[in-house]
Design a protein around this ligand. Structure first.
Ligand SMILES: Cc1ncc(COP(=O)(O)O)c(C=O)c1O
Length: 365
């Protein structure tokens, strides 16, 4: 009998969320961002739910090969472009579109021998100062690319640093519009937060949006807005079972460090999930969990393989009862991944990407 922990990927929810992002930007094409192994879900596991996208955006060449191996013949975009010259051979062979964000990548293209000219996305650094040409240097890069026989189409891309906050995107959008004003080519600007919060503006939607986190059922601007507000559904459930029950008396403590002290008589369940499964050790007492689909709280410290949960709100629960760490319980109750993430001082992104190898994953189709 394996440990009872299990992750489930929800294909219908992926489809729903992708559709939701289309509604946010109805006239734009949609890159489903599947980098980091589809945000920890597994590229092969999400493919069916996301095959309605117009393209897949990612950054690892091995992941691009996996998308092609699934039979996807449509656009695949390398969000960071190539890392060394021989990566261009794979771009030619697999028909990958690639970002060009620096002069070194143009140098590599200029010496690349190919019969198939490439489509490239020229990246503007509009203020995030991670990747891209400055506005002053963009035109020179475009002119160099336009003169290369290895290139047949040039599009434009930039990335917003503050689309999820009140600082917003206006300043970067103005920089982008000014820098690309009279240059021909398709444009792609918006991640999940920009698409949902600013998708009403056609300039923000542009030709392609690039949602990642929203497709995976996590709110890009939690806690300001939750997934119910954005009509998104969890695409990953992490669930386990209670493997022991303890009856505490006032003053009894729970787990390492005795950080939780029972204020009175208390039934707790010990559940088979710990930080070695990807559940954050920083989740403290009070972190929400569902027991038999009923909301309750974690008590004490997260250990490597176990956590303890307060069974007061679920008096029927006992050995073998379902515990949902995030996602959807059997009774349909939802615990957004954003909530335990917030308790741990992080984001849904990190929790889904950190699901541990030892957790068995199934796909519900
Ligand atoms: C260039 C680029 N585009 C799009 C995305 C998707 O962003 P999000 O998951 O916030 O929608 C990312 C993710 O970090 C990115 O780096």
């Amino acid at each position: 009998m394996p440990r009872p922990i299990q992750a489930t990927i929800h294909t219908a929810a992926l489809r729903h969320n992708l559709d939701r992002m289309r509604r946010a930007a109805p006239d734009a094409k949609v890159w489903a961002v599947v980098k980091a192994n589809a945000y920890g879900h597994g590229i092969e596991r999400v493919f069916d739910g996301l095959r309605g996208a117009d393209g897949f955006a990612l950054l690892d060449l091995a992941e691009a090969q996996r998308v092609r191996a699934l039979g996807w013949r449509g656009p695949v975009l390398l969000l960071e472009g190539v890392f060394e010259a021989r990566d261009l051979e794979l771009c030619s062979r697999l028909g990958l579109w690639h970002t060009v964000h620096c002069d070194e990548q143009i140098d590599m293209l200029a010496t690349h021998k190919t019969h198939v000219p490439h489509r490239v996305f020229l990246k503007l650094n509009s203020g995030m100062n991670r990747l891209g040409f400055t506005p002053q240097r963009l035109r020179a890069a475009w002119t160099r690319l336009a003169a290369l026989p290895q290139v047949d189409e040039i599009s434009f891309v930039t990335h917003f640093s503050d689309a999820d906050t009140a600082d917003g995107i206006d300043a970067q959008l103005a920089v982008f519009n000014e820098a690309t004003r009279d240059l021909p080519g398709e444009r792609s600007l918006s991640n999940s937060a920009a698409s949902l919060r600013h998708g009403g503006d056609a300039a923000v939607r542009a030709d392609w949006i690039r949602p990642g986190i929203a497709v995976y059922g996590s709110s890009p601007d939690h806690p300001q807005h939750d997934i119910a507000h954005w009509d998104l559904r969890p695409t990953m459930t992490l669930a386990t079972r209670i493997i022991a029950v303890q009856h505490l008396q006032r003053g009894d403590t729970v787990g390492y460090g005795s950080s939780f002290v029972a204020p009175g008589p208390l039934r707790i369940g010990v559940a088979a999930c710990g930080y070695a499964d990807g559940y954050p050790r920083h989740c403290g007492t009070g972190t929400p969990v569902l027991v038999q689909g009923v909301r309750t709280r974690l008590v004490g410290r997260v250990s490597m393989d176990m956590i303890a949960v307060d069974l007061s709100p679920a008096p029927q629960a006992g050995f073998g009862s379902e515990v949902t760490l995030w996602g959807r319980a059997a009774n349909g109750a939802v615990l957004p991944i954003d909530e335990p993430a917030q308790s741990a001082g992080t984001l849904g992104y990190e929790l889904m990407c950190a699901l541990a190898q030892r957790v068995p994953v199934s796909v519900d189709r």
